[in-house]
Write a new protein. Structure first.
Length: 146
């Protein structure tokens, strides 16, 4: 894989691929290390329901997440409640994207209603709500409540 040396005035017709392979291996390692970090979501315990549709995966939607501690994210970017309408106008309405609300089950109802009101005030008429499919209830032991 070394370079071949030609005589005086001769051109070398071989391509030295060693630097190319080195760069490609470095890029592969960087991709392998960073790819799992990019796919991790935010920790949210979703409420459960019986009928759940799968969230669309195309890039024509954005997810507004409200965590248990009240911190909100528009996709992966943290937003404050007072700047929510502006960000929704800029990132969702102007780009004609669908918006989905994903709120932790322990978030107070008033906070969720406030967020939904701000979404409506931003001019977004359709809002999808993300939930988790309900698991089957645990079998009862036959004992009554006391």
């Amino acid at each position: 894989m070394g370079a071949s040396v030609g005589g005086k005035g001769r051109l070398v017709s071989e391509i030295n691929v060693t630097p190319f392979v080195d760069v490609m291996l470095v890029l592969l390692i960087i991709f392998m290390v960073t790819a799992p970090m990019m796919t991790e979501g935010l920790e949210v315990e979703l409420p459960q329901t019986r009928a759940v549709e799968t969230l669309p995966t195309e890039s024509e939607n954005m997810v507004l997440t409200v965590r248990r501690d009240g911190v909100m994210y528009l996709d992966a970017y943290q937003v404050q409640l007072d700047e929510l309408e502006e960000k929704l106008n800029l990132l969702v309405k102007a780009q004609n994207k669908q918006l989905f609300l994903q709120a932790d089950k322990d978030v107070p109802y008033g906070v969720v209603v406030d967020v939904m009101g701000r979404v409506r005030a931003a001019g977004i008429g359709q809002l999808g709500v993300v939930a988790q499919r309900e698991t089957s209830p645990a079998p009862t032991t036959g004992r009554g409540r006391r």
